[in-house]
Design a protein around this ligand. Structure first.
Ligand code: PEP
Ligand code: MN
Length: 351
């Protein structure tokens, strides 16, 4: 519960309330009220945790110094992500291509393209993705690599190659921004969706800066974050007045799993009841295995995801990053995308 005190409450009066809470074994965290203009006018607020029941709320409400008792028990803390109460769509304007693309609200979207942009194969790979039915092209120009000795991406040149390919393919592009210092560059190339990666899931300064752009943001869950932590972090984007947030699950660190990461497919179901943002599943980075992509995608689509993001490459043996998980057959890609769409449509009502 949240306790709001009347202006001018004395330390002794508040002390009596805190003593009661202590007696019950609750933990109280003090916060100045939001409207506090100066310390003298501070509206005191205590957030109280630890198994609060109606009976406690009632009794606290009887203290003269208490203005209001608000129940937060059972209410998720990720309020910005549940602004409207119903699942919302995000529309990507796509000014450089063939018309807007909507994700969510019954529109199932596939984002497919190279993991890392390369000059030789990006156009052909992104074109193949479009031919097979993808709606958006992905492509990393800045790559967050575990080792400094690994290829770090073509950086600005990669953005140039990606948007050059966009001119022919016509699909909007999503690309990962790693650093606040690069946000302007992404704006310069007018990247359609700014992706924030799993390793930056709690880089709050970056989330604030991408949020401020007003561009659609594909926020990836942190691989070592609880779902609650990632939802809270995603709120940094939305608190900048940016509602165009797409929440992406991509597997987490775990034990005893068979693939690159431990899948978090079940969160599609749980989040679909909790947040009103579109939910996307990364079938490539969660599995790290080409052979798993199709069926994991079936599960995501049937489970209520609004979209799938995946790696494709026409020549995976030459891919600069993650060739092993890239789908390279247009025929196979066409079949899987059409199956995912059917599954999404069949199960949409249930989600
Ligand atoms: C990616 O999509 O290229 C990527 C690096 O993903 P993640 O942040 O999920 O590892
Ligand atoms: Mn990758």
């Amino acid at each position: 519960m949240i306790i709001q005190y009347h202006m001018g409450t004395t330390p002794a009066e508040r002390g009596a309330v805190l003593a009661k809470l202590k007696e019950w074994g609750f933990r109280a965290q003090s916060n100045p009220g939001e409207k506090a203009a100066s310390p003298d006018e501070q509206i005191l607020v205590d957030n109280v945790f630890g198994g609060v029941q109606d009976v406690h709320r009632r009794e606290i409400g009887t203290f003269d110094c208490v203005k209001q008792v608000i129940s937060i028990e059972g209410v998720p803390q990720n309020l910005a992500l549940i602004r409207s109460g119903t699942r919302q769509a995000v529309t990507i304007p796509n000014p450089h291509g063939g018309g807007p693309v909507t994700i969510g609200g019954g529109q199932f979207v596939v984002m497919a393209g190279v993991c890392a942009v390369d000059p030789e194969y990006t156009l052909a790979s992104n074109q193949m993705a479009k031919q097979a039915g993808a709606d958006i092209n992905r492509g990393g120009a800045f790559k967050p690599r575990s080792s400094p000795y690994d290829f770090q991406g073509l950086k600005e040149e990669g953005l140039r190659v990606l948007v050059e390919a966009r001119r022919s393919v016509g699909l909007p592009v999503v690309s990962e921004v790693l650093d606040v210092r690069d946000v302007d560059l992404f704006m310069k190339y007018d990247v359609d969706i700014l992706q924030t990666g799993t390793r930056n899931a709690q880089n709050f300064e970056l989330l604030i800066e991408v949020g401020k752009t007003g561009k659609p943001v594909l926020y990836k869950r942190g691989f070592s974050n609880t779902i609650e932590e990632s939802l809270k972090a995603a709120n940094y984007v939305m608190e900048q007045g940016n509602d165009n947030l797409i929440f992406c699950l991509r597997g987490i660190k775990g034990i005893g799993h068979s693939y690159r990461n431990q899948g978090d497919l079940d969160e599609i179901v749980s989040l679909s009841h909790l947040i009103d943002r579109p939910i996307v599943y990364d079938v490539s980075h969660s599995t790290g295995k080409k052979s798993a992509v199709w069926r994991i995608g079936n599960m995501a689509a049937a489970g209520g995801a609004d979209g799938i993001i995946m790696d494709v490459h026409v020549a995976p043996e030459h891919a600069l990053v993650d060739g092993f998980q890239a789908i390279d057959s247009e025929q196979e890609l066409t079949r899987m995308i059409s199956m995912w769409r059917k599954l999404a449509e069949l199960t949409h009502e249930a989600a």
